[in-house]
Design a protein around this ligand. Structure first.
Ligand code: HEC
Ligand code: HEC
Ligand code: HEC
Length: 108
């Protein structure tokens, strides 16, 4: 009897943690976004989920201004996206972030 009550309590705790984790994991935002300035002349494709795989949320959401990164060219190039790519040795080729239209539609 005692044992099963303990087990039930442990299970409930585990389940509680798992549930909290699940609820947090759900607010990851879109997996992919198309970012544009007000002019909208050169949209950028942003694979959000891929970045979440190798960076901490805070690397962008606390250390940087994600709103500016998504909408301002100078910020995106000099402080946000491109600056981090440069610092981490990731690609800074224009087409990495500004893919040709066809590619963007095919999603590859
Ligand atoms: C690491 C990602 C990244 C790279 C590399 C990059 N850009 Fe950008 N760029 C952005 C983001 C993000 C924006 C802001 C959102 C948008 O309008 O695309 C932007 C904005 C722009 C804009 C402004 C468009 C507008 O309508 O206001 C131009 C022009 C531009 N980039 C040209 C370039 C060129 C040319 C290169 C290569 C020399 C380049 N970018 C490389 C991410 C990048
Ligand atoms: C490489 C940078 C980067 C990383 C890492 C990152 N994000 Fe984001 N995230 C962005 C950008 C840029 C936007 C778009 C902001 C906008 O449009 O104003 C965004 C948007 C979001 C949104 C949509 C709501 C909002 O704030 O605009 C959520 C939710 C979100 N991110 C959660 C997360 C979580 C959770 C993690 C970690 C698991 C994470 N992000 C990691 C850059 C990042
Ligand atoms: C804090 C650092 C950081 C920021 C900010 C950041 N990136 Fe990246 N990004 C990386 C790294 C590192 C890689 C290379 C990952 C790899 O090689 O696996 C990468 C890869 C990419 C790729 C290629 C993904 C692929 O399929 O291989 C694209 C496209 C990209 N980033 C766009 C952007 C755009 C657009 C922004 C701004 C909205 C941005 N990144 C902001 C670190 C960053």
């Amino acid at each position: 009897m005692k044992k099963s009550v303990l087990c039930a309590a442990a299970f409930a705790m585990l389940f509680g943690f798992a549930f909290t984790g699940g609820a947090m994991a759900q607010d990851k935002g879109p997996a992919e976004m198309t970012l544009k300035t007000a002019k909208g002349k050169k949209p950028a494709l942003f694979p959000h989920a891929k970045h979440q795989g190798h960076l901490a949320c805070d690397d962008c959401h606390k250390a940087l201004d994600v709103k500016k990164m998504a909408t301002e060219k100078n910020y995106a190039h000099k402080v946000g996206c491109k600056a981090c790519h440069k610092a981490k040795g990731a690609s800074t080729k224009c087409s990495t972030c500004h893919p040709k239209k066809k590619k963007a539609i095919e999603g590859c």
